[in-house]
Structures are given as structure tokens and as C-alpha cells.
Design a protein around this ligand. Sequence first.
Ligand SMILES: [Cu+2]
Length: 152
Amino acid sequence: MRLSTLVMALLCSFSVNLYAGDLMISDGWVRAVPPEAPNSAAYMKIANHKDAAVTLVAANSSVAKMVQIHLSKKEGGMMKMEHQKEGVAVPAGGTLELKPGSYHVMLMGLKQPLKEGDQVKVVLKFSDGSEKELMLPVATSDMKSGMSHMDH
Ligand SMILES: [Cu+2]
């Protein structure tokens, strides 16, 4: 009995350490745009290691006047973007992928040009009160689609 209590305690502390991150963000990038472009978007994968769903409720960035979470969808043959006012849930144990043609963090009213090689700070806010501050590289969608042109 004593031993199993000890083992339980060890297991618990182990899992607390292992999942201290809870939300893991990877493969983040921001789309490079021409200098006159008013908007861009940030993409990333958000893995939720908690046993409860967490919602990405908001985001902000110093490079844009306004930041919204959008979903691109096809409607009547046209691509349309829909503001996700309630945020987007990341299921327990699941991953939310923000990618071109789907969910994205919309950077609206850019205050500066975004060119390849730049770094952009983006802060994500979640329903559990946590925030993630990211430094994301600016890249072209070509580089990220797996069809990069390596000939130059
Ligand atoms: Cu958008």
C-alpha cells in the first residue's frame, strides 16, 4: 500500500512535468507579402496535451493594427474568410492546424512590410487564460507547400 502510494505520487509528478507545456505550438510561419499588401496571415500547428479542450480565443501582433482568427472556406465557388468570433477549439489530445485555405491568424492593416527572413512576434490567447508568445519566420507559401524551388 505504501509502495503503491509512492508510485502513484511519482507518476503524478512525472506527468505534471511532462505536460507542463500543455499546449505545444510548432511549424509556425507568416506569409511574405509585397510591400503594398494590407494584410497577411500566420499559420501554425497547436497540439493540446491537456485532457480538456482549449479554445484559441484571440491573437495579436505588433506588425498589424488588428488581428483576427479566420476560417477560409469555399462558398459558391468563391473563397471566403469568416471571422471566428468565438475562437477555435483545440480538442483534448488533438491538434489544430492553421494553414492556407483553412484556419489562420489574420494580420490586418500591416504596419510594416513582411519579407522573407523577417521574424514576426505573434501572441496567442487561450480560453484557459494562458498566452503563447511566438517569434515566427516570414516565408513564402511556396517554401511551405513542399514544392520549393531549390534552383536558385
Ligand atoms: Cu483571413
